[in-house]
Design a protein around this ligand. Structure first.
Ligand SMILES: NC(=O)c1ccc[n+]([C@@H]2O[C@H](COP(=O)([O-])OP(=O)(O)OC[C@H]3O[C@@H](n4cnc5c(N)ncnc54)[C@H](OP(=O)(O)O)[C@@H]3O)[C@@H](O)[C@H]2O)c1
Length: 319
């Protein structure tokens, strides 16, 4: 099979397109012929060594395709089943071994490309809007990088739940996309917390912040008393240590640093969230913006585009 391999951490040049032996599924695993692999910011952190992994490794956590072999003890999947996943390292490949309990069965008629495009970022937007802070009608919600992969989905879900959504973006083209996704107000990053208070008066009920270092202070300043700061990523870099007293001064604020894995902790939770998510996609209630399809061999270019803030919506690698 062909795969992208990282043998040493570094910039995008460490992503090597290579021939690898076909993997065999172990107990509880399935082998999948990959139709599409999702590109996510976590793949950049893995490549850089910011979240270190044993070397060498095949990056990518998300994909979809067809089961071509099953390992011992797998009873609920058979060869030919269409599956997707959001948490199985090794997805930047023509074939991937995936733990059966991490797979999501694809509803009939849903293309594997669409599944690979929406599972990781969609499950993330789902747990952020339904569990980390359950958005209610009339809430004011701030979504950073609102035209990004997670951002466009967060914006749509918060609107479905009845919130007023304020988004931040860096360009006019991104502003247009965020508005099309339903954002009521779209701001640039400069002095955004002042603008948030002009719009809302008291501040927002929740900030969904995947940008991190460059937005963190403004995000805390945008919250109303007892508001929730959901710091779920660090696209601009990691946030330095925080003095808890700042939460007191800000108005008894909440701060959480959540991760998808903890919110799809059981098979029941994974299938529950995925079922709802894929249902919205199938019905058209949720739009998935696939804005870049790159041949697998061009993973470097996908990473460069993502890191340089040139992208919107979802990027896929096609084997
Ligand atoms: N915790 C979780 O469970 C979880 C799950 C999925 C993703 N995430 C995190 O969510 C964040 C978004 O992921 P994504 O895959 O959807 O990416 P993305 O939002 O499509 O891309 C990142 C965006 O962040 C914005 N940004 C602001 N400052 C930046 C900088 N200095 N460098 C690069 N980008 C910058 C850019 O939008 P503008 O140009 O409009 O600013 C950029 O397009 C990432 O931090 C990721 O790690 C976390």
């Amino acid at each position: 099979m062909r795969a992208i391999v990282v043998s040493t951490p570094g910039d995008s040049s460490v992503l090597e397109y290579a021939e690898r032996p076909d993997p065999a599924p172990g107990p509880g695993e399935v082998l999948v012929q990959v139709a599409a692999s999702g590109v996510n910011f976590i793949d950049v952190y893995h490549r850089q060594g910011r979240y270190p992994l044993p070397l060498p490794f095949v990056p990518g956590s998300e994909g979809a395709g067809t089961v071509i072999a099953t390992g011992e003890g797998v009873t609920d999947l058979v060869v030919g089943d269409a599956v997707g996943w959001a948490n199985a390292l090794g997805s930047y490949a023509t074939r991937a071994v995936v733990p059966a309990d991490q797979t999501v069965p694809l509803p009939r008629g849903l293309s594997p490309e669409l599944a690979a495009a929406v599972l990781l970022q969609g499950l993330t937007a789902h747990y952020l809007t339904h569990s980390v802070y359950a958005v209610r009608p009339g809430d004011d919600v701030l979504v950073h990088a609102a035209a990004g992969g997670v951002g466009l989905l967060l914006t749509q879900m918060a609107k479905l739940l009845g919130a007023r959504v304020i988004g931040t973006v860096s360009t006019e083209a991104k502003e247009k996309l965020a508005r099309e996704a339903g954002a009521d107000e779209v701001l640039r990053y400069e002095n955004f917390s002042e603008a948030v208070h002009e719009i809302t008066g008291a501040g927002v009920h929740v900030v969904y912040d995947g940008v991190g270092a460059s937005t963190f202070d403004g995000s805390l300043a945008s919250l109303r008393p007892r508001g929730m700061m959901a710091l779920y990523g660090a696209a601009s870099g990691p946030v330095p240590p925080v003095d808890p007293q700042r939460l007191n001064l800000g108005g008894s604020l909440f701060l959480t640093r959540p991760t998808l894995g903890h919110y799809v902790a059981t098979r029941e939770e994974l299938l529950g969230r995925a079922g709802e998510l894929l249902g919205w996609v199938a019905s058209g209630a949720l739009k998935v913006h696939i804005t870049g399809r790159y041949p697998l061999a061009e993973a470097r270019r996908a990473h460069d585009d993502l890191e340089a803030r040139r992208t919107t919506g979802k990027l896929l690698l096609i084997p």
